[in-house]
Design a binder for this molecule. Structure first.
Ligand code: ADP
Ligand code: MG
Length: 240
């Protein structure tokens, strides 16, 4: 589904990704963990070309997206992204937030977009908020709307960048539960997270980044029980 080969990214002369290679299969849930500043967000943003890789190649469903001729916009239709800070459209109702892109980008008729949106709002437990504006919602509700909005484009891959880091503790679970359901439904997911229990329970694969390098990858049972590298051990010792 996703193949990354020798990916590097520089900002000026700061090299923040230093040759990352990995593959992600269809339906896999991958958790990316590592210290702050290690390049997790940059890696995620390279996967949908929100950041342009400096060198290296990325294939998404056999399409080489690092080919300069790629149509970035149509490539991104297939990849949903959820950010730490929701980024809902504040002047639109929940329903309009969810129906906007399918109508605008895919030309889906309003009625159909709304029917689809109501199903997604049901999936994230927010049908009763369809007509509300984002400023009337809690952080957890906003993030669930953001997930519904991303799903409305019917993506094959979902990227999450610390989706629960900006939430009050009591709202973390409702968002993780929605993500768990999504994982169970077979969605391919790449999740940057500090929620180690989520990573343990839901991820098929852990990628541990440190200082722009993929220091360790493995299945969660092995990674959390017996990390192979000192750096992963140190990191887990500090946070667990
Ligand atoms: P993480 O998500 O693991 O905390 P990031 O990918 O956000 O790490 O950042 C990795 C490094 O890249 C940091 O040193 C950060 O300052 C730098 N960086 C990230 N985005 C930019 C940018 N747009 N311009 C310049 N430097 C950036
Ligand atoms: Mg980050």
């Amino acid at each position: 589904m996703i193949k990354v080969e020798q990916l590097t990214k520089k900002f000026g002369d700061n090299t923040v990704l230093k040759g990352i290679s990995t593959t992600i299969k269809q339906g896999e849930v991958v958790a990316i963990i590592g210290p702050s500043g290690s390049g997790k967000s940059t890696f995620l943003r390279c996967l949908n070309l929100l950041e342009q890789p400096t060198t290296g190649d990325i294939w998404i469903q056999s399409k080489k997206i690092t080919n300069p001729k790629i149509n970035k916009l149509s490539m991104r239709e297939n990849i949903g992204m959820v950010f730490q800070h929701f980024h809902l459209f504040p002047h639109m109702t929940v329903l309009d937030n969810v129906t906007y892109a399918p109508q605008k980008v895919k030309g889906i008729k309003k009625e159909e977009a709304e029917k689809n949106a109501m199903e997604l709002l049901e999936q994230v437990g927010l049908t009763e908020k369809a007509k509300a504006y984002p400023n009337k919602l809690s952080g957890g509700q906003k993030q669930r709307v953001a997930i519904a909005r991303a799903l409305a484009m019917n993506p094959e891959i979902m990227l999450f960048d610390e989706p629960t880091s900006a939430l009050d503790p009591e709202m973390v679970k409702e968002v993780l539960d929605v993500m768990k359901d999504l994982a169970k439904s077979g969605m391919t997911m790449v999740v940057v997270t500090h929620e180690m229990n989520f990573a343990k329970e839901v991820a098929d694969q852990i990628l541990f980044l440190d200082d722009g390098k993929l220091v360790e990858k493995g299945n969660p049972t092995q990674f959390f029980k017996e990390p192979k590298t000192e750096r992963a051990k140190d990191f887990l010792d500090k946070i667990l």
